[in-house]
Structures are given as structure tokens and as C-alpha cells.
Write a protein that binds this ligand. Structure first.
Ligand code: S5P
Length: 453
């Protein structure tokens, strides 16, 4: 192979770096502009580039290769062809139809994926891409980059524990071009001045703490829920999907000390009797200081929902601190849940759910503006002004064979910034419900603390 410098000069001839005055997307004026896409149009150069990148890497560590779209896609492909490490393709956006997969190709959970990027500046797109890849249960340990603009991105990723391998830095590039008299001293000092003052600080959006959320909320029920969470160091909601009053009360007694709320499906209690089921349940809730969330998932017009909420045998309005409601009936349909905090169903955890991106966005608009809504049930991130409740949580991942899809506490707190996790069978089906609740409580609280880092 030719020397690295000779190789760079070959690449340079393709017009990948221009010097002058360029206004960047951020509005900042930069003395140089980098675009590595032309490299893919010269097969010989692309092949050499792939080999230069591969040479720097501990190849045995990787099961897969993935390029950050779009510029790095041909580079990752070429690297895969040269190394025989399988390629996966990350989409920029998930398909709106079909499989909705964000990552295409053949892979298995837990495999380690090498990430390829053309240029690193702040590190923002890499941080986002890594989160998406980790979301698919793949690991990322190493990132390989063709050109480091030396504006802080490499350091940011290294601080997060990733190994970042860069083929060229902008300083090296300047030195090589100066030696070849392709850049004059004045231009070099302009570039140095720019780099000295232009570390692009990429502020990662940190999640709000429970204390911050408490300070922001006006709603009495969210206040109570957040205060309880802080007091009990718990973000666990146990789902009591049991079918008799006795089982309901037993479960409430056992898990009560460890939860912030007990979620009921009151209409599955076979021997329901208001005085025998609800009154003792409320007493247990007072004793162990938790709230009750009736997962009724209302889905009708306002006037019917008003009746369903207060009448019939369940008289939900008289005992539920929180209720869940679909938003399918529109904004006004939720105007009548006056005694409870509303948790809106924004997207569901089941396979094949109809709550696609469009539905989710429209439902979110309603939830954000309705004063009775304190939060949403969702499998996606939602704005910090709402509390996020995430069901489908289990220490074992996978599914239940009936369409439920499970995530671990770590995953939902880290990637979704969940506020409260809802656990059903993971607790009530356990031989020792109290022990299981404590285990989930600790896992949830630790996952929350980690998500603040
Ligand atoms: O999208 C959803 C919304 C809800 S509220 N997916 C869900 O699973 N739920 C509820 O959470 C569901 O009705 C059940 O009560 C609980 C999950 O129970 P698990 O046994 O699967 O943990």
C-alpha cells in the first residue's frame, strides 16, 4: 500500500475538502468544508479506504458493521466486503409501513457492532445512532471515523466509554497540505484560530429528575405520585391483573410497601362487590401509601365516558386516583374525569398495535394540552411536561406468546426516559410476590438513577 499521506493526497484530488469561507448549518462561519461522499465514486480509493480503516481495528471484536447514514454507508459496505464481517443497514427513519424496522439485515441480540462514520464534529449524530442501535439490543464498543474535525466529538464519545479510531485529523490534513504547498501559512492560521475557539459543545438532553418534575407540575395527582416516588424511592406500578377480591387484597398487602401505585382492571374481578372489594383496597392503599390507577382505557364519546366513570357497579370516580383513557374520542371526550389524573394511552406495547407514528403524534398533541392529563402510556419518548408510564416491563425480555413485547427496566429508563414502569406478570405471577416487587423496585430505581447520568 502507498503511504497514508499519498493516500490522503489521492483523496484530496477528489475535492473532499475545500478551503475558504463557508457558512455551516449551525450558522457558524468555517474556514473549511468537508464532504467525503465523492470517495465512494472512485472504487480504487474506496477499497483502499476500507483497508486503511480495517487496519486500525481489533477486528475479532466485531460481529457486525454498520455505517451512519448516508455518507458512511458505502464505506461500511466496502469494509464488510474486505473483512467478511456482515453488514447491517440503519435507516434514517423507520419505515411507516411493513416491518417498521429501523435496522435491516441479519443480526442477533447481543452482537457487537462496529460503527463507521465519515466525519466527526460534535459527536451528536453518533450518540443518536448508538442509542438506536442499542435499542435493538446490539452492542457498540468501537467507532471508526475517517476524519476528525477536532471539535470535541471524539472526547465526548471516549468519555462515554467508546473506543474511537480516527484515520485523519484536520490538523494532520493541514500539515500534509502545507508540506505539499497546497495551503499557505495564512490559511493554516485561520484554521487553527477556528479550531481553537470552536469546540462544538453538544448538549445532550438530560432527562428531568422527579424533583424537577415535581416543581413543574400543577396537578395534585402528579404531585402526590412524584412525592410518593421520592419518599419510597420507587417508580414501580404493580399491575394487579388478578380475578378475585381476595387475590387483589393479598397482592396489595404484599407489594404495597414497594410500589407508588397499584394498577387495577376492576372489571376482571369475578366477585366484585363495592364494599368488599374497594373499601378494603383503599384502606390498604392508605396504609402502605400508594395510589390506585384504574386501567379502564376509556374509549367512547364524552357523555358515555362520564357515565362509565361515575356509575354502574364500579363507580370509578369515587376511588381511582388515576385512570387510563384512550384519546380516540378526541380532546373533549376526556373533560369529565374530574376526580382522577388522566393517563392517556399514546402508543401500545402489543405486536401489531394500530398506534402508529401519526396516531401517536396526534394523541400526544391532545395529551399535552388537556389540563386533566398528567401523563401517557407509551413505548416511545414523550415531552418532559408529561409523566411517562411504560408497561411491557419484565426482567426477562421477549414476549408472552400473546402479543405482549417486554423490555427491561434498564432499557425503558435509559432509552425512553420513562418515569414509572408498570409490571404485571413479573410480580403477580411470582411465587414470592413481595420479593419480586422489591426486586423490581430496586431495579427500577437504579435504572432511573443511571438514566440521570
Ligand atoms: O400498551 C399497553 C398498555 C397497558 S396499560 N400495554 C400493556 O400491557 N398495558 C397493561 O399493562 C396491560 O393491560 C396489563 O395490565 C399490564 C401489563 O402486564 P404484564 O403482565 O404484561 O406485565
Amino acid at each position: 500500500m502507498e503511504s497514508k499521506k499519498e493516500f490522503f493526497l489521492e483523496c484530496y484530488k477528489l475535492g473532499i475538502i475545500k478551503f475558504g469561507r463557508f457558512t455551516l448549518k449551525s450558522g457558524i462561519e468555517s474556514p473549511f468544508y468537508v464532504d467525503l461522499r465523492p470517495l465512494a465514486s472512485d472504487p480504487k480509493i474506496l477499497k483502499s479506504l476500507a483497508n486503511y480503516l480495517l487496519e486500525m481495528l481489533p477486528l475479532d471484536n466485531f460481529d457486525l458493521i454498520c455505517g451512519v447514514p448516508y455518507a458512511a454507508l458505502p464505506m461500511a459496505t466496502a469494509m464488510s466486503l474486505e473483512s467478511y464481517i456482515p453488514l447491517i443497514i440503519k435507516r434514517k427513519e423507520a419505515k411507516e409501513y411493513g416491518t417498521k424496522k429501523l435496522i435491516e439485515g441479519i443480526y442477533q441480540k447481543g452482537q457487537n457492532c462496529l460503527l463507521v462514520e465519515d466525519v466527526i464534529t460534535s459527536g451528536k449524530s453518533l450518540v443518536e445512532t448508538i442509542a438506536e442501535i442499542e435499542n435493538e439490543d446490539l452492542k457498540v464498543s468501537d467507532i471508526v471515523v475517517v476524519l476528525d474535525r477536532e471539535q470535541g466529538g471524539k472526547q465526548l464519545l471516549e468519555k462515554k466509554g467508546f473506543s474511537v479510531h480516527t484515520l485523519f485529523t484536520i490538523s494532520e490534513v493541514c500539515d500534509m497540505l502545507k508540506e505539499e504547498r497546497l495551503l499557505d501559512g495564512e490559511e493554516i492560521s485561520r484554521i487553527q484560530d477556528f479550531l481553537a475557539g470552536n469546540e462544538v459543545k453538544f448538549q445532550e438532553k438530560k432527562r428531568h429528575t422527579y424533583e424537577q418534575k415535581l416543581a413543574l407540575t400543577e396537578h395534585a395527582v402528579s404531585k402526590k405520585l412524584l412525592e410518593t416516588a421520592l419518599e419510597k424511592k420507587s417508580n414501580l406500578i404493580a399491575s394487579a391483573d388478578v380475578i378475585t377480591t381476595a387475590e387483589l387484597h393479598q397482592l396489595a398487602e404484599k407489594v404495597g410497601p414497594h410500589i407508588v401505585a397499584l394498577k387495577t382492571h376492576i372489571d376482571i374481578i369475578t366477585d366484585f362487590d363495592f364494599d368488599k372489594t374497594i373499601i378494603p383496597l383503599r384502606d390498604i392503599a392508605e396504609k402502605h401509601n400508594f395510589l390506585i390507577m384504574e386501567d379502564r382505557k376509556f374509549a367512547d364519546i364524552g357523555s358515555t365516558q362520564e357515565l362509565q366513570y361515575s356509575y354502574g357497579i364500579y363507580k370509578i370516580s369515587s376511588w381511582a386516583d388515576l385512570i387510563t383513557s384512550q384519546v380516540i374520542g378526541g380532546y373533549q371526550s376526556m373533560d369529565f374525569f374530574l376526580n382522577s389524573g388522566i393517563v392517556a394511552i399514546l402508543s401500545m406495547s402489543s405486536k401489531g398495535t394500530l398506534t402508529d407514528q401519526h396516531y401517536f403524534e396526534e394523541a400526544l398533541k391532545i395529551a399535552e394540552t388537556h389540563p386533566g392529563v398528567i401523563g401517557g402510556v407509551s413505548q416511545k419518548k414523550i415531552p418532559e411536561s408529561l409523566l411517562l408510564f411504560t408497561p411491557g416491563v419484565n426482567l426477562k425480555t421477549g414476549g408472552d406468546g400473546k402479543g405482549q413485547i417486554y423490555n427491561t427496566p434498564e432499557k425503558v429508563f435509559k432509552t425512553l426516559h420513562t418515569d414509572f414502569m408498570i409490571v404485571g406478570r413479573g410480580i403477580y405471577k411470582s411465587d414470592d410476590q413481595e420479593k419480586a416487587a422489591l426486586e423490581y423496585k430496586i431495579a427500577g430505581w437504579n435504572a432511573y438513577l443511571e438514566s440521570l447520568q
